[in-house]
Design a protein around this ligand. Structure first.
Ligand code: ADP
Ligand code: MG
Length: 349
């Protein structure tokens, strides 16, 4: 059991605020995905946990003990970077053993532990190779084994799959998650890939300009974004703005949308929540708008429609439909859009 907690962490570089009052308690054994645009402070947060960055203020505690002044090598963290950072002149075995060797562990214990790690990351038989004799995916497994060998309190992963191609990346996602589950280690995983964060994480956090925007299980954050930024960063979102009237939103054209609880003038609707029907055939639902198809993007299993809706002005509405009936509505078709108030989510702007 280990608990890792950060509270009110701040870090500035000259005019840049890299971390702005960040507080998170990582749960024991959870896989925590940290998601945000480039430059939002993800790496700085991991480096602060690891001890490479000294925060200006705020606290970091491991098992209730403050560690801000504990040096990197005494923090009991494991870290994996995008660019592997293996020692090129050492063998796979020696790379994995590194953390134990520097701690002066007995040779026999080290050899046993390295073997166990090779098994864990499925690299049996490759221990005598040099990193350059391995594929990218294999090198990343060595990096993972090297990070786990010392049995750290927390595993920090900074875009570890970013350099891999799509197919391999998906394989490694599954494997990484299995290894994390089987070891029960708490992991903080940085990615800029939304789908990767949604698929892998027990909880995700969205970070923007050093501030945590929202933290929660992937489905909660996706279905109940609290801000326009969170809604638009995590998946696609149609944004409607107008005059708030309790549980209703009055659009500039006078149309009324029924919203999921009181709004303050901005609501979002996910594209897959919107039904698209030939004009006049939409079923009775809470919300209806008319428009014209601008574009139908066919991608096999699904069709994404871009629809011109006078109520939205120049910004097309996005609607995402499963390709169930096999029909695709052509551009310029007049359509009715229909969706429920439950999927019309009030957000802060
Ligand atoms: P991310 O990993 O989300 O892309 P970073 O944590 O690397 O973002 O950076 C956050 C912000 O802090 C960026 O604006 C970056 O330029 C700045 N920054 C990070 N490290 C340093 C540093 N050592 N010196 C100056 N600015 C830095
Ligand atoms: Mg980074």
């Amino acid at each position: 059991m280990s608990s890792v907690e950060i509270a009110h962490l701040c870090k500035r570089y000259d005019s840049v605020t890299a971390l702005d009052d960040v507080s998170i308690a990582f749960e024991d054994g959870e896989f925590f995905g940290l998601l945000g645009p480039s430059g939002s402070g993800k790496t700085t947060l991991l480096r602060a946990l690891a001890g490479f960055v000294i925060p200006d203020s705020g606290t970091i505690s491991f098992d209730g003990q403050r560690v801000e002044n504990v040096p990197v090598h005494r923090r009991e963290i494991g870290m994996v970077f995008q660019n592997y950072a293996l020692f090129p002149h050492l063998t796979v075995n020696e790379n994995i053993a590194f953390g134990l060797s520097v701690r002066g562990r007995p040779r026999e214990e080290t050899a046993k532990r390295v073997d166990a790690m090779l098994g864990l990351v499925r690299l049996e038989g490759l221990g005598e190779r040099k990193p350059r004799q391995l594929s990218g995916g294999q090198q990343q497994r060595v990096a993972l084994a090297r990070a786990l060998v010392t049995d750290p309190k927390i595993l920090l992963l900074d875009e570890p799959l970013g350099a891999l191609d799509r197919r391999l990346r998906q394989e490694m996602q599954v494997e990484l998650r299995e290894i994390q589950r089987s070891t029960g280690i708490t992991a903080v995983f940085v990615t800029h890939d939304q789908e990767e964060a949604l698929t892998l994480s027990d909880r995700i956090a969205i970070i923007d300009r050093g501030r945590l925007i929202q933290v929660g299980p992937p489905r909660d954050v996706y279905e109940r974004p609290e801000t326009v930024f969170a809604a638009q960063f995590l998946g696609d979102a149609n944004l409607f703005q107008g005059i708030a009237e309790g549980d209703r939103l009055k659009l500039s054209g006078g149309q009324i949308l029924h919203t999921n609880g009181p709004n303050t003038g901005s609501v979002v609707v996910r594209p897959e929540k919107i039904g698209v029907y030939p004009a006049g055939t939409a079923p009775a639902t809470d919300n209806r708008l008319d428009g014209d198809i601008l574009q139908a993007i066919f991608s096999g299993a699904s069709v994404t429609y871009r629809v011109r809706v006078p109520a939205l002005g120049e910004t097309p509405l996005l609607a995402f439909l499963q390709n169930q009936a096999g029909d695709v509505l052509a551009p310029a078709t007049r359509v009715s859009l229909a969706w429920s108030a439950a999927h019309t989510i009030p957000v802060a702007s």
